[in-house]
Design a protein around this ligand. Structure first.
Ligand code: DGP
Length: 115
């Protein structure tokens, strides 16, 4: 765990959040600034900066399973959803701990970009 990382703290319950799923490797909690009716962040418990930071296959599989669990429990598995991960400055990654945004609950539009 990285001591100055907010998502390390949330994922390991040093700071509590609004969790919707958890297993040994990952957890999922609601984004504090939701962009859609469902806006959940899937986060590994170990610290990785981005999706290409040597994340073990087991952890990637656990993140995929977490998406599956979250979209079902949120009731958006049939209506549809979007999964986004920001990596680095051009993507405006604010929190430097790998996280997948799972968004749904309304029509999300055709554009992947805010601007
Ligand atoms: P980005 O790094 O740009 O992919 O976005 C980070 C997201 O994390 C942003 O939507 C807000 C959310 N966020 C940042 N800090 C916290 C926090 O302490 N708790 C929760 N629940 N969400 C957070």
């Amino acid at each position: 765990m990285k001591d100055d990382c907010i998502f390390c703290k949330i994922a390991n319950h040093v700071i509590e959040s609004d969790y919707v799923y958890e297993d040994d490797l990952v957890c999922a909690f609601r984004d504090m600034n939701p962009a859609a009716p469902t806006h959940v962040l899937v986060v590994p418990k170990e610290h990785y900066a981005t999706i290409v930071d040597g994340v073990p296959q087991e952890t990637l599989a656990a993140m995929a399973k977490a998406i599956d669990e979250v979209v079902k429990s949120e009731g958006i598995d049939e209506s549809g959803f979007r999964v986004i991960t920001n990596a680095g400055p051009d993507a405006d990654q604010v929190v430097k701990h790998l996280h997948l945004h799972v968004l749904g609950g309304r029509f999300l539009g055709e554009s992947l970009l805010a601007e």
